[in-house]
Design a protein around this ligand. Sequence first.
Ligand code: ADP
Ligand code: MG
Length: 225
Amino acid sequence: TEELLRKTEKLNVAGQLAAGIAHEIRNPLTALKGFAKLMCHANEESKLRYFQIMQEEFNRIELILGELLILAKPQAVAFHPYDTTAILGEVIELLNTEAIMSNVIIELDYEPNLPLVKCERNQLKQVFVNMIKNAIEAMPTGGCLNVSVRKVASGVAFYFADQGLGISEERLPRIGEPFYTTKEKGTGLGVMVSFAIIDEHQGHIEYQSKLGVGTTVLIQLPAFS
Ligand code: ADP
Ligand code: MG
């Protein structure tokens, strides 16, 4: 019965996800259809405006599908032992311009001689990108994001501690639900995808937050042995 229960649960999750995707794609699609129709009879000036709106809607669909495709793993998945601080460093470099533009300073500190982690490099990179982006977005007027890496009994622990808006106790359980977002242009897929990736790495992810104070995301990954 337990196995059956798990299967039903999985089916439910798949159904909910499918409904969410359908809904999220249908909105921009409906808009696209409408504007395509308007285009037929519009003057040059309006055409340009419609075209710009249509481009935004196309981008929205692309963004949603792009995030979902990470879950689908079209490329060959290869787990190898990696120095995760090097991956973190790369991601921070990648997002530093974005951080600076929001007055966010990213600090990275880690213990020496950390164990290697067996991971799928691109996927772990994606998790770090999602965590750091969310932290930056949580600090619209700037602040500090402290990223630290420690050795723990089970392997390696990563802390992403921001001084952002925080998450209220009522909203905390919703973090990671597909399509749950509080942002105007958010997709609500980043955390869900990250949960799935960390799960696949036999790791653990946890949110601690205080409204108006900040959020700390703790990610634990087992050491390569
Ligand atoms: P998105 O960033 O597109 O909204 P995510 O799945 O990345 O989607 O995040 C879902 C929601 O979780 C966000 O909209 C936000 O409300 C909340 N959240 C995630 N990380 C943080 C954080 N560091 N600080 C505050 N809220 C956060
Ligand atoms: Mg996000």
